[in-house]
Design a protein around this ligand. Structure first.
Ligand code: FES
Length: 116
């Protein structure tokens, strides 16, 4: 049903805005995959928390609103991410809720695959 749909805008480092839609319960990695968004190297470990390539940067307000704080495992992986910010999260660890409709996240210019 329509109300389960959540709009997410990804903003590339060059400023290009990429609109997409996900469903409640999808991770932001799912949204990228399901919408076939072409972010180079994104989500390389397929959400198994071993690569840091799904790194996204949120606004402070959105970051504070997220229901779950990052786990220690996520924080360890974020330390290896390219262009880390105070409001960085891993896309595979954030699941959409209805309240996140209209969420905007920044996609860093490149990725650092922690496995290599
Ligand atoms: Fe690899 Fe999220 S997809 S850590």
């Amino acid at each position: 049903p329509q109300k389960e749909e959540v709009q997410v805008t990804f903003v590339r480092a060059n400023g290009e805005r990429v609109q997409s839609k996900g469903k409640v319960g999808d991770s932001l990695l799912d949204v990228v995959v399901n919408n076939s968004l072409d972010f180079d190297g994104f989500g390389a470990c397929e959400g198994t928390l071993t690569c840091s390539t799904c790194h996204l940067i949120l606004s402070q307000a959105d970051y504070d609103k997220l229901p779950d704080k990052p786990s220690d495992e996520e924080l360890d992986m974020l330390d290896l991410a390219y262009d880390l910010a105070d409001t960085s999260r891993l896309g595979c660890q954030i699941c959409l809720e209805k309240s996140m409709n209209g969420l905007e996240v920044k996609v860093p210019a490149t990725v650092n695959d922690a496995r290599s």
